[in-house]
Design a protein around this ligand. Structure first.
Ligand code: SF4
Ligand code: SF4
Length: 258
């Protein structure tokens, strides 16, 4: 993404002095943006007194465009609105698993809360490196699995990494689970004990052992209003990363669930 300067610019020059990359050049009517230098920091947008600077969304890749077109012919997303629909569509798009259109569950505040967390550059704690690898544009993403070389007695490495992350990021992080049911159960336990206050939770563990149960526990518990999850055994890192990428796109566009 880069920015563009609208005709409402009064040529006050405030943005020129603010840009850390010297990506704005003085020009006769209004500043010109050098796209190759712009790092999308949006500092210029903050200082403009007349809101003349507008973010330009990145162009959609032709393959992505074709993929969404085919998906629209095959998948009925009419049960979903606004940002919720964007999230479910991205989960289907990332996995080609059309069942998410029917099994996804999104709490009433989940998209707004997650988008706000991403816009505020809150930490994004992932249960697996595969989830992190799928969200390269999210600067605050972390996975602490490498800091837990061995599973503690009676626990899994994934759950222990979440317990460690809870100490480091107790408040307002976005938590993302695409792999381990035990990690999601650990988060629910920590939340119930008052040790953790997530901004939102993307809970999409996959598999035959515990995945459906962990997601059911998320959806039937106190975190439901800020939960993005699904029912059943399907899920996985691509689906979780897809959901986060949709949320990140909404955050960049300044949109929420409406
Ligand atoms: S978004 Fe940041 S880098 Fe780009 S023009 Fe504005 S201030 Fe400069
Ligand atoms: S801060 Fe806004 S009004 Fe001033 S020069 Fe930049 S774009 Fe124009």
């Amino acid at each position: 993404m880069t920015v563009t300067v609208a005709a409402t610019c009064t040529a006050c020059g405030a943005c020129l002095a603010t840009c850390p990359e010297r990506a704005l050049l003085r020009a006769p009517r209004r500043p010109a943006v050098i796209d190759a230098l712009c790092t999308d920091c949006l500092a210029c947008l903050e200082v403009c007194p007349v809101d003349a600077i507008v973010p330009v969304p990145p162009p959609v890749h032709p393959i992505e465009e074709a993929s969404y077109r085919i998906m629209a012919e095959r998948v009925d997303l009419s049960a979903w609105d606004g940002g919720d629909r964007d999230v479910v569509a991205r989960m289907v798009h990332a996995t080609a698993d059309e069942s998410f259109a029917g099994t996804a569950r999104i709490g009433e505040r989940a998209v707004d809360a997650a988008v706000a967390a991403l816009a505020a550059e809150a930490p994004v704690v992932c249960d697996a490196r595969m989830v992190m690898a799928g969200i390269p544009s999210v600067a605050g993403a972390v996975c602490l699995l490498d800091e837990v070389p061995d599973a503690p007695p009676g626990d899994t490495r994934s759950a222990a990494a979440i317990r460690l992350a809870a100490k480091r990021y107790p408040d307002d992080a976005l938590w993302v689970f695409g792999n381990a049911p035990t990690a999601l159960f650990a988060l629910l336990e920590l939340h119930a004990a008052g040790a953790l206050r997530p901004a939102a939770v993307v809970g999409l563990p996959v598999g035959y052992v515990g995945a459906a149960e962990s997601k059911e526990a998320l959806w039937s518990g106190r975190l439901r209003p800020v939960a993005i999850t699904n029912s059943g055994v399907r899920g996985g890192s691509p689906a979780a990363a897809g959901a986060v990428n949709a949320l990140a796109r909404l955050a960049r566009a300044g949109r929420t669930s409406t």
